[in-house]
Design a binder for this molecule. Structure first.
Ligand code: HEC
Length: 96
């Protein structure tokens, strides 16, 4: 293959897809620090496991939109709807 063609391929290749995946996984690692490795919670924090995927999504959207001092309201401000949907796929497709 000619060098110029390889160069164009590299430019067109959607590396941002990988970047996005890494970002969601990193965010989820953060969630685990409070919610537990398998989202099972602890003495202070409820398990995320009993939630339905749809419930998870609507709760997260409520947190993003609420302006109270709850820890989830505070930390969810950096998330958008797309992030939440991706997280839901990631979390609820891995929970057995
Ligand atoms: C600093 C600790 C902390 C971090 C980090 C954290 N959470 Fe939470 N989360 C909480 C607490 C505390 C609650 C409230 C639990 C309760 O009401 O018993 C909560 C509640 C929730 C709920 C609602 C659970 C329910 O049954 O009503 C969801 C969903 C949730 N968190 C998702 C997440 C996600 C997704 C992340 C990562 C972006 C995350 N949390 C990161 C502390 C945390």
């Amino acid at each position: 293959m000619k060098k110029s063609k390889l160069f164009i391929l590299l430019i067109l290749f959607p590396f941002h897809i990988f970047a996005n995946d890494i970002e969601i996984n990193v965010i989820i690692e953060n969630c685990k620090s409070c919610h537990g490795q398998n989202y099972e919670g602890n003495n202070y924090i409820k398990s995320l496991k009993p939630l339905e995927k749809e419930e998870f999504i609507s709760k997260m959207i409520k947190y993003v939109n609420s302006n109270n001092d709850h820890v989830m309201s505070r930390i969810s401000k950096v998330l958008n709807k797309k992030d939440i949907l991706k997280m839901a796929d990631e979390i609820y497709e891995k929970i057995e």
